[in-house]
Design a protein around this ligand. Structure first.
Ligand SMILES: [Zn+2]
Length: 127
């Protein structure tokens, strides 16, 4: 893992923990746990693969996804966190991981996946 990747992971941990506090949660994810998760999702590859679209997640595209969202009672703990690309994380919003995966499968079967993502623009200046 490069130092740039580690820096991004640290920012994402901070962001996830801050978001948890705003949602009335006390549990914290540690950078050690996240590094372990990153390596697990890399397997033998250089970059982790997004659990939704299967693309390599590089650099600032790296986002943390709560599998079960806070709104549905999900906890801020590593067993509830997976690495996804920022595009999928944005579109998923507060959907559960299961529901979002079903939505993508339905859109794909209907040939509408490209249309669905057509409005996506990466955030400018995201650190
Ligand atoms: Zn993705």
């Amino acid at each position: 893992m490069t130092s740039a990747t580690l820096r991004i992971l640290k920012k994402r941990v901070y962001s996830a923990n801050s978001s948890a506090i705003r949602n009335g949660q006390r549990k914290k994810v540690t950078i050690e746990q996240l590094v372990e998760q990153y390596e697990k999702q890399c397997g033998s590859a250089k970059y982790p693969l997004c659990v939704y679209c299967g693309r390599e997640i590089r650099g600032k595209m790296l986002s943390l996804d709560h599998v079960v969202p806070f709104a549905a009672g999900g906890q801020n703990e590593i067993s509830n966190i997976q690495l996804v690309c920022s595009r999928d994380n944005r579109y998923k919003r507060s959907m559960s991981s299961e529901l979002y995966a079903k939505l993508l499968a339905t859109l794909k079967a209907a040939g509408l996946l490209t249309d669905f993502f057509s409005t996506y623009q990466p955030r400018r200046g995201r650190r």
